[in-house]
Design a protein around this ligand. Sequence first.
Ligand SMILES: C[S@@+](CC[C@H](N)C(=O)[O-])C[C@H]1O[C@@H](n2cnc3c(N)ncnc32)[C@H](O)[C@@H]1O
Length: 223
Amino acid sequence: MHIPTNWTFKNLDIAENFDAHVIEQLPWDPMATDLICHLARCFLQDNAVLVDLGCSTGTITRKLADVIEDRNIKAVSVDNSREMIENFQGVGEAFYGDMMSLDLYPEFDVCILCLSLMFTEVSKRKQFIRGLAAKTKAGGVIIILDKIEPPAGYLGTCINRMSIKNKYESGVEAKAIIDKELSLCGAQRPATEGLFDQFGLHFQQFFRVGDFVGYIWENSEGP
Ligand SMILES: C[S@@+](CC[C@H](N)C(=O)[O-])C[C@H]1O[C@@H](n2cnc3c(N)ncnc32)[C@H](O)[C@@H]1O
């Protein structure tokens, strides 16, 4: 897969090779998506609504295929790359659109953002999270896996080096690691931890490898 100078998902080569690329770049991704799907399954009762935002090729709904079928789940996946939607191999409805436009998709019992928030406009994120919370049905959840800003000081340096080590040891060539890092400039902006602790919403952590963190928020307040 060719790494463009300026990273984009709106590229057929990237969409067609995306699944292998993720595992190469983030060797822990299969475990993280298994955990996300386990949590999703715990909150998907009969006839529930599942929304997967920034779905790419549909890994999440593919992994949840049996519960979607068995519990008559309405699964809605959204991505703003036409190339990803053309290569969608997940389950349920998938359409091209900007997930920041909250009225594009229904209220949900489970909403998943797996590695997609870090590619959105920073200035819109706070209101987006607030809007998502408002679309969460009582008893429902928002599950987010995202890169967050590394801690200050030497620990931040250590964590950056750990990410490089993980990629290198999973077989990615040194030049490809550097090319990808530079390509991501201006495309991938990590979230801040404060984003998940605002408006009285207290997201809880369920996963962490270095600066990639899994958060979950449950609407336990009722309608
Ligand atoms: C790293 S991939 C996500 C991987 C996928 N969630 C998975 O679990 O395999 C990020 C995806 O988010 C999508 N994306 C980024 N910003 C978006 C937006 N504003 N609306 C919809 N999709 C977006 C990209 O097109 C890309 O397919």
